[in-house]
Design a protein around this ligand. Sequence first.
Ligand SMILES: [Zn+2]
Length: 685
Amino acid sequence: MSTNKKIMVTAALPYANGPIHIGHLAGCYLPSDIYARYLRMRGKDVKFVCGSDEHGVPITIKAKNEGITPQQVVDRYHAMMKGAFDGFGISFDHYSRTSSAQHHNNAQEFFKNLYEKGALEATETEQYFDPEAGQFLADRYITGECPKCHNADAYGDQCESCGTSLNATDLIAPKSTLSGATPELRKTTNWFLPLDKLAGDLRQFLESREGWKPNVLGQCLSWLNAGDGLQPRAMTRDLDWGVPVPVEGAEGKVMYVWFDAPIGYISATQELLPDTWEEYWKGEDAEIVHFIGKDNIVFHCIIFPAMLQQHGEYALPKQVPANEFLNLEGRKLSTSKNWAVWLHEYLEDFPGQQDVLRYVLTATMPETKDNDFTWADFQQRNNSELVAGLGNFVNRVMVLTHKYYEGIVQEPGVLTDADRETLAQMSAFGRKIAKSVEAFKFREAVSEAMNVARLGNKYLQEQEPWKVYKQDPERAGAVLYVATQITAVLAVVFEPFLPTTAQKLRTMLAMGADAPEWELANNEMIITPGTQLGKAELLFSKVEDEQMDKQREKLAASVATEVESTDEAEVVHTPQKEDISFDQFMGLDLRVGTILEAERVPKADRLLKFLVDTGLDQRTIVSGVAEHFSPEEMVGKKVTVLMNLPPRKIRGVVSQGMLLMAEDADGSLRIMTPEHGAESGAIIG
Ligand SMILES: [Zn+2]
């Protein structure tokens, strides 16, 4: 890296149709943040941008489902995602959004540039049209069977199971997600990027890149080398949500979201640096690094570079260090199935502990293959590595220095061999960690940073200043001097990984609040004798089993409420019963009730006896649910009561009515409970 380089670090624009989770953090936002923080400490001229990706079909689907406008959807999630990034200390220089006027103008300029050069080809194609909804269907509105791996739920643009990018017409047995209808093909004109003709330039670009991760380069070359090669790809869509296509004859069409989203990096830079943004994107000194997850490789390594090459004024990405996927407790993270640890919920459940998640996710980052996040691992790493390792070392140094020397760092006098050896080892870590970070090996880097704390603990354990002090207070002062230098190295090298913790350390060591220069870690003396240390502050606290149980219960609950279980098990449905008359239906008296008391029925393993407030009265109902629910968990629950069933004596108890339950194919029961807000006595029907 020469000193005049202008380094642009981008993190994939998160899609504004839901909150973000640990997979996003581990896949893209942590590595990009670590890298940007490190470069700043090296004094590099770096800018770090991102923003919400607010166009595309899934947002229109969500808006439709919720009966609100797409703008309302993206406003909600833009705020939520920005809050989560702030909460985890992701240090963007600017976080923008693709619905901004700046971005619309910029994306339209870019499109016009390619259009006027003739780089886009107008092509009339047959597109799927939903005859029931009366509109052309974007690829995401169509599902069907993947022709490659035969996953039944592939989307019209991509199969999420095997990663193949698709055209909707490739799907076997396509279906409209709007109406469920089988779509029909109709003619429409759209503008295509002729990737087939650009393959030679793309190959040259890819083959000239240095130090790319094999998983990224391998995937790109496999697309280029595939039998049928790259295919032209439509850059416009028949849709009303997005950046309008600024050319004649394109009324009612918007840009393909993957055309405008990467341009969003440039728009964000323009907003940040209206006068000098070009220095970071054009010319010899511009060095662009895109951090993404592996599902975005095709867009950042094929389509966007092809767009930039056609435009001609921009530098091409130097690095695209894509990560693989993070799984959660052995299963694929899923937004739709709520199988996720949401960042905004983590911040509520673990206040002030953002660095713990940053640490665990960096230590288990899916850099070369998919990796698994478990709460057991989270607890183990927190308790043994952060609390017992890093936290304990720092705490001993601080507490002993305050206890023996009123917090003043002592003159070391004549150093022993062990001291010199320890200081030499300590001052070598900075270069080692730097090498790992520059190679995008963040797991290795954070593990080396933790080795600094291990070195410190080992040194204290061997030197035992708490024993030495009684006979030789000067020697104990020298030991604590060495240990204080190790603490200072920790305050430097942990800054990119655990910024909140590193800042606390610097405050304790009177090093100032700002991130220090990275090179400081290469010294053997960072804190000079005579320095007055600040107050000792506890850095980490133990995570208890109950907290982990709570998180696991949360996940279990999301499995229990899973509506679509098509990929889990075949559901066998009981055939429909014979018709009843409307009058028979109207004869049912169904009301919302609240369970006031619950107890087991003696000598009856399956029965629970409830006292239920029905609004009309308080009545006793006996139900055969004791194998599924405990009495304690039922109290206070809202239930659905069938009121006008004749009273029946069950095991000596008169039961007046019935509680309605849903029974799954596996025999498990769910209480039929009103969504929220319904009062006891509310009539159902
Ligand atoms: Zn597939």
